[in-house]
Design a protein around this ligand. Structure first.
Ligand SMILES: [Zn+2]
Ligand SMILES: [Zn+2]
Length: 116
């Protein structure tokens, strides 16, 4: 039997490894922040929980994009500046922030991370 493992197999393995790590870090982050939405208590789906940065000058923290490449210590430091919210409460909050500041661009501060 020849070894049929190709570069493609390896890259698929790496993608799966990154996905698994990302998922684990995300689960740890959600648990660290109390495991549920601070607005309504929603906790059914991890992927629907997001992190909102309390300082509007800072971008929302996205675990699903670059978050997984950071060390857990750095993730935690960032999480301490964030509120955990479900996708609905998060959209609602940004909408309110935009309305009260009269600045529609606040909405665009929403994290662009793909759900993972
Ligand atoms: Zn909520
Ligand atoms: Zn936000």
């Amino acid at each position: 039997m020849k070894d049929k493992r190709t570069y493609k197999d390896r890259s698929e393995y790496l993608i799966k490894a990154v996905y698994a790590r990302r998922k684990r870090v995300r689960a740890m982050a959600v648990e660290y922040k109390g495991g549920k939405c601070e607005g309504c208590g929603y906790h059914r789906c991890l992927d629907a929980l997001e992190f909102h940065h309390k300082d509007p000058a800072q971008k929302d923290f996205s675990i699903s994009s670059k978050g997984y490449t950071r060390s857990w210590t750095r993730v935690k430091t960032e999480l301490d500046k964030c509120t955990i919210l479900c996708a609905n409460c998060h959209r609602e909050l940004h909408s309110k922030l935009a309305a009260s500041s009269g600045n529609a661009r606040v909405i665009s501060g929403l994290s662009q991370g793909n759900p993972s």
